[in-house]
Every structure is written in C-alpha cells, then in structure tokens.
Design a protein. Sequence first.
Length: 414
Amino acid sequence: MKNLKKMIMGKAKGGLKEYDEVFSPARRAALEETGTFILEGKREGAFVYGEGGKKYIDCISGAGIYNLGRRPAGAAEMFTRELDNTDQGNFVFVSREKVRLAEMLVSFVPARLEGCFFSVARGEAMDFACKLARGYTGRTEYVTVDGGSYGQTGFALSLSERDDRCFYGDLIPGVRKIPFGNIPALEAAVSKKTAAIIAEPLQAENGCRSAGSDYFTLMRKLCTRSGALLVLDETQTGMGRTGRKFAFEYLGMEPDVLIIGEALGAGMFPIAATMFNRKIQSFMNKHPLIHLSTFGGHDLGCMVACAALESYESMSPWKNAAHLGSELMKGLEIIRRAKPGIIRSVRGMGLLVSINADSDATAAALCRGLIKEGVLATRGDVAKYAVVLRPPLIITQDEVRAVLKAVERTVSRM
C-alpha cells in the first residue's frame, strides 16, 4: 500500500518518462506533434497544471466533458458524500439513484423525450440508439452524413468518418453516407428502408461545419413522412456549449432520439444517456432487455450527474457560452483577417469554435505554439487542419481574452 501511494503521488514510476514502457512511443509522438505530451497535475475550474506547476487554460475540456470546469464543486462534493451511501448497484435493478436522474433529465431536456437509457460513454449511447432504431422500425438501413464523428464502438465507428478505416473496414452493414448539407442527396437517400437518419447539429471534429436549419428541418420532415427516426448526437454541442441547452433548439424542431454525452457526469464520473420519445418507449415496453450496460446507470454516477444537472440549471452556463463565445469569435476573426494565409476561416457556435488553418501542419504548429502560451488545444479528429477551442463554459472574460492573446502571439510568430 505504501509503494502504491508513492506511485500515485508521483514519487516513484508513473510519469512521462515511463509512458513508452506502458503505453506506446507512437502515441507519445502523436501527442508531441501538437505539443500536448504533458503530465496533468492539479485541475481546477478552467485550468490544468502541468509539471513544475505550469498553468494552462484548458481549451480541450476532454472534448466537451468539462463544461462545468475541472472538478466542479457540486459534482465533486456529491461524489465524496455518496461514497458512504451507495456503490455501482445492480445494473438490471431499479434504484432511487437511476430513477432520480431519469426524472431530472426528462425535465432538463427541452423536448418531448420521456424515455431514458444510461451508458458509460458516447459510443455506447449511439450503439443503443442504432439498435433501438432498427428494433422499433423493423428496418436495417441508416442514413448518415460525411464528416461525422460518433464514438469508438461498433455502430458509432461504422457511422464515423475515419482515416484509418482501411484497417477494419465497415463494421456494421446498412450504413448509407451522404454529403452533409446536400438537400437533393438527402431527399434521395431516405426511403421506407431507412431506420434512422443520424447526424450532429454541428461537426465539432470537422471544422465546426454545420448545414443550417433548413437542412435539419427537411431531415425532420423526411423522417416523419417515411417512418424513420431522427437521431441527433449532441455529445459535443449539448449541455449548454453552443449558447443554448442543446443545439437542436436553434433548428426549430425536435429529434426522436437524443445522445447526451459525458458532459452529463461533469468529468467526475463516466456516464452518458440516450433519450427518446414516448412512441419509441412502446417498443422498449415490449423488449425491455434489448440492450444492457454493466456500468450504465452506475448508482454513484447517477448521483454525481444529478448534482451536475443542478449546477447546470442554477448556473445556466449556456448564457455565458453565448456571450463569451461571441467575443471569442469576433477576436479570432480579427486575427484571421490579419493573417489570412495562415487562418482560412473561423467557424463555430457558442464556446465551440474551430480555427481552420491552411494545412494540417499549420494546425499542429498552432497547437504547439498555444501550449507555450499557456493554452491547451488540439486538432479535430476528422479535419486535421482545424484547431478546436472548447473551453469550460464557466470561463471568464479575462480568460477568453488571454486565449485570444495567445492565438495572436502564436500566429504572429508563424
């Protein structure tokens, strides 16, 4: 126990020097390409501290997990308190924790989505949504768009845009991919064979590309007309990041199925959710065990998520995201106009912003420069030419201005 404590506290092996031994030197090289091969230390609010106590503004935020900042008080306090009262629970049993979180989510989501299933991560939540769509409709075909990113598990991986697909091919059959934003292609793709249309309102990993409300309104109409389900993945756009609770609020319609990602657990516990409407609940009533998740709806995790939801409701961080996101976009656009040969465009909504550089190499260099200036950022998983900024929604105006100053200084050296 004494040796274990020493390792955890960094007094024995367990740092950057030992990374290659237990993980991969190739992984280290990939991190070094963007300057993010650092050892996380103290985490607090909008900040992460590296080795030697260097302070960074966290504009990665675990790909949107830390919407409430690092170690938010409400969720952290609930975690430690409930350790004395509960544990994982039995995943097939009912518990007060599961019921309470489900009730809070139904109230929190501004749509008529009254069914809920808990998962551990985004990919699993998407996998359940895909199984649900096929089961409910009795159809097998999925229509999705190019440039999407939905997770690392079977169905989710098959739907995603991947540059390493050559290593594993198409995992799940029946996936039909169409150009994002192309209305004729969308109209031609949806038929009586379609189980679901699956999309992100804004492609965070692909230069923050969006298609506008007309495109998504058409999606909604086509699904209603054909009997297919509309599945929206709001893992990165939800829980306040775009300036509303969920990005679908900008689109003037509701999905049949909504993916809520790991921001639900506020970075204190791995939990995600799939929400669905009452008509789909009828299928679940007939087939209640169509999907099971050993750690989904972990009772301790549910209580942490309940505390997080209370913080979301009391703080309304989407208001801060809308206000400071606008300031961030305006500042980045000024920098872009000064250096159009380096930054081609700036796109995004709220505090989900993409700096689209002239090349993959330029984006990597921009990430390396930003970390030297005390800002953590990374490239998009799909668009490697894009640097994605997604700071915690509790970031202050002074911190946003510090990010802008860091971008300006970095670009001026390039």
